[in-house]
Design a protein around this ligand. Structure first.
Ligand code: GDP
Length: 294
């Protein structure tokens, strides 16, 4: 992941890294190349411009021209800016409440069900009793898929295959969780191929009924700028708490990871890097910046 962006950023900084003759002209040219590298990685224009304007301002402000190692200084500045762009600090999910309720939202195929299984395993490992809830009333296969994952990670799955009302399934699941003393309830919802009004109404109704402590929006990082747009639509409607970026094991150009935080002002909390239940990581902006800068 990010190989392309990495190599382009590094080649953009080559002149200064080589500590050749530094002038304000080649600082400006380098910054321009950094902007181009970000845009090639699918970072939205506005975001790329904002970050490179700041890099330039800082580079000149920190007297990169008279620095002994201008290349090192520039890499440090770019690293800091990338880290800030991705949210600065690592952000935890909110598991307060008894039980705490995590609502999983996103388009069909984004990796919601897979992530629900992974999150269940992750929380279970932390020592809490988890209940997975299958709230996809449109695809019977989705219930089976969640049951298979639940079995794999050793977490009970609540489903009502005959019930076609997502709100009542979610409410019943919550009562069941209370009765059984489960500490965390993860609700996997239905997704459509594109954002549509009926789907948004349904998930908004589920949110209103079960008052989640955490709403996570799952998005396929391979969809580039569309990922950012979809995030915006879901956030306008659901005001979610965090983002899960999936399929970072594919040849995603990374733009979504870099621009989502800036556009929706919500942190990325997890990244998914494969189909296996273990392929889940918390999102650390500084580690991601390290990876990008190689
Ligand atoms: P949902 O429709 O949003 O519930 O999506 P699914 O969880 O069914 O995932 C859709 C497809 O993507 C499945 O084939 C998953 O195995 C696959 N998938 C999910 N997450 C990842 C990931 O991080 N990497 C890869 N390579 N595949 C993934």
């Amino acid at each position: 992941m990010f190989e392309n962006l990495s190599s382009k950023l590094n080649s953009a900084m080559r002149t200064l890294k080589g500590n050749g003759r530094i002038t304000d002209v080649n600082v400006a040219a380098t910054v321009k190349e950094i902007r181009r590298a970000l845009m090639d990685a699918d970072v939205n224009y506005k975001v790329a411009k904002e970050i490179t304007d700041r890099i330039k301002e800082q580079a000149l402000g920190q007297k990169i021209l008279i620095s002994v190692e201008p290349g090192q200084l520039l890499v440090k500045i770019v690293h800091e800016e990338l880290t800030q762009l991705m949210g600065g600090q690592k952000q935890e999910i909110n598991l307060k409440g008894d039980p705490s309720v995590v609502l999983i939202a996103g388009l069909q195929g984004s990796g919601k069900t897979t992530f629900s299984g992974k999150l269940a395993q992750y929380i279970k490992k932390g020592g809490r009793q988890v209940l997975l809830v299958a709230c996809d009333i449109y695809r019977p296969a989705a219930i089976d898929q969640l049951k298979v994952l639940g079995e794999q990670v050793g977490v009970e799955v609540y489903a009502e295959p005959e019930n076609k009302n997502a709100v009542s399934i979610a409410e019943n699941a919550l009562s069941y969780a209370r009765k059984m003393g489960k500490k965390v309830v993860i609700v996997d919802t239905a997704g459509r191929l594109a954002v549509d009004e009926a789907m948004m109404n349904e998930i908004a109704a589920v949110k209103a009924a079960i008052k989640p402590t955490e709403i996570l929006f799952v998005v396929d990082s391979m969809t580039g700028q569309d990922a950012v747009n979809t995030a915006k639509t879901f956030n306008d409607r659901l005001d979610f708490d965090g983002v899960v970026l999936t399929k970072l094991d594919g040849d995603s150009r990374g733009g979504a990871a870099l621009s989502i935080r800036q556009v929706v002002e919500k942190p990325i909390k997890f990244i998914s890097t494969g189909e296996k239940m273990e392929a889940l990581d918390q999102f650390y902006p500084d580690r991601m910046a390290n990876r990008i800068l190689g």
